[in-house]
Design a protein around this ligand. Sequence first.
Ligand code: NAD
Ligand code: TYD
Length: 353
Amino acid sequence: MGGQVQKNILITGGAGFIGSHVVRRFVTKYRAYRIYNLDALTYAGNLENLKDVENQPNYSFIKGDITDVDMINALFDRHKFDGVIHLAAESHVDRSITDPLSFVKTNVLGTVNLLNASLEIAKNNQQFKYYHISTDEVYGTLGNTGLFSENSPYNPNSPYSASKASSDHFVRAYGETYGLPYVISNCSNNYGPNQFPEKLIPLFINNIIHNKPLPVYGDGNYTRDWLYVKDHAEAIDLVFHSGKLGETFNIGGGNEWKNIDLAKMLCRIMDVKLGRQEGQSEQLITFVKDRPGHDLRYAIDASKIENELGWRPSVTFQEGLDRTIDWYFENREWLEHVTSGDYKDYYKTQYQE
Ligand code: NAD
Ligand code: TYD
């Protein structure tokens, strides 16, 4: 885009699910930005997610861990970032139940390292902005009615959401205490291409393809508000560029589904796509032991970002699921790569029957 000011932007976690969509959007849309993608390439990070942009002249990948304070400080010193969009995180609730400490390290300590380095930069750059990507899970659980707003109290129930809540608090505290210019957004459950197949939708797509059981936790009457990942990336673009500093924005799809209904819908769509008999995949549904501390329902009131920034989800759930399932069909090699090694061991310990 002509006339744009040259900016160095750091995106953390860009090799992961949401981060890869954000990196692609920024690299291709803002040609005058230089995008640095910092990612430790954990089990959830995969550079195959960014094959189409890896040779772009305004893109650089840096392999590094946000808990490595010396590396972070040197990186900020070298590139004098104008903006940071922080997505790197341990992101899976079930893993946080078996290994909370790694969530504290990456999500809390890693965030504080980035905040300290950001403060140094902000001293000499009036334009600097730190953007923290978070989750609606920090608000805890809803009952059968109501929506999370930006004013909902924090009430995290899982080690994952506790670590994200803690990092959100540190961001606000750095704003209040040291004047760090920041924005935060809290988003509902994302789905779409490149999501690691441990989260509900890609796990079930993968298992349906392979005729494996679909483990529905508890009675399946848990509700999530699903948003297509590219709509989240668009919201992130808007908040980064136009969100008022010091504010939080809730992002959600207005698209609530009970897990069991979603599972059945996936089965129906995939029976058609796979040429299976109607009802065949549904037989794979298996009710398993519930997740401890399982939040009943998440749902977002997105009116602030809609009214202030004009954001709306662009994709219906039907369209989004259709595109997502087709992507997993067309990217069997990706699925095979990401499900080898560490993940297979994890999968065995979780759901071995
Ligand atoms: P993901 O697990 O797919 O990707 C996380 C990325 O962070 C991976 O590429 C991983 O390699 C990298 N990473 C992990 N630890 C790191 C470390 N110590 N140093 C550097 N990089 C590290 O996660 P996602 O689903 O894309 O989520 C991205 C962000 O969005 C997270 O902050 C998450 O809390 C938030 N979020 C996710 C959702 C969702 O539905 N997935 C919803 C709302 C908010
Ligand atoms: P998940 O994708 O892990 O996202 P989150 O826990 O962050 O909302 O889970 C979405 C919902 O699906 C949640 O209610 C837990 C449930 N679930 C299952 O029933 N079975 C599964 O195998 C998984 C991974 C999740």
